[in-house]
Design a protein around this ligand. Sequence first.
Ligand code: C2E
Ligand code: MG
Ligand code: MG
Ligand code: MG
Length: 294
Amino acid sequence: QIKRTGRNGVRRFDAALDAELERTVLLSREFQSALAREQLRLVYQPIYHLDTGEMSKVETLLRWTHPEHGDISPGTFIPIAESSGQIVPVGRWVLEQACMQARSWREHYGWAGTITVNVSPIQFAQPRFVEEVRQALLLSGLPAHKLELELTENAVIQSPALVQAALCSLQRMGVQITIDDFGTGYSSLAYLRDLPIGCIKIDRSFIEDLAAPRRAPQYAVALITAIVSIARTLDLQVVAEGIETQAQLEAVRGFGCDFAQGYHFARPLEAAVLTELLDHGQPSVQPHWQKRLN
Ligand code: C2E
Ligand code: MG
Ligand code: MG
Ligand code: MG
């Protein structure tokens, strides 16, 4: 009897795995045509300068609305798009759209900020990547120094020579490089010194820990303080991502972070909503940091 239960258990487990795999394969196939079917769009999340309150940067985030399942999270579809290689053409599209959008905000509303674009390690490893960036800038007319690429630690520690060459070409062009989710990869810190990196984004998990009600946040405080200190030494800008509360905001200001991003200020916004904000004048948050954008 035990044996039978065991076997059924295994079978159930297999069935669950099969269903999961089937769903992934199906999603992967559906993602192939998502761009052509206009199911992909970009949303934009403001990043504020902590001294001036200005919307100095805006992060571009990809969205997929599936015809049956509705919005699918990037946490689900980005890995799928990476496995299939679709992230390469889709990433190129994201880059072009984001540059055009930023150029339009710049031209029509005098927005002087920087647009940031997430780049997958798969996309970054393509030999054509640097050319594609150049092309996106050329097509859009966006000045190179108004484009910032967000790469993860894992993307920049692979094949050091190639990475170094690509990053140096981008730097010569004037494009800025940011390390996203800083502190979560398995890497040494030497790359920060050796590569032309201008900014790091402290991962949201550290910011989350600041607000953990039970656990003492001392170690989060220690880690963030250490990260900011490294950044100061290497002359890097620091963004705190995932700010959800006034207390987190005050904490990261106290630690000396330069910029902050998170639901406390604004969720990722539809392009039209951000355009409206720019149209109504000041997209900056108030100096007293009370005002929320949505
Ligand atoms: P990321 O680049 O670290 O982006 C920040 C994520 O945190 C976004 O999730 C954003 O919506 C979310 N977020 C921002 N503020 C808060 C907050 O206060 N609280 C919480 N809980 N979350 C906040 P999203 O849009 O779901 O994207 C997830 C990840 O998917 C991104 O993480 C990025 O790694 C990837 N991704 C998104 N768009 C693209 C893209 O165009 N290309 C590539 N390669 N990856 C992308
Ligand atoms: Mg990012
Ligand atoms: Mg991030
Ligand atoms: Mg993150």
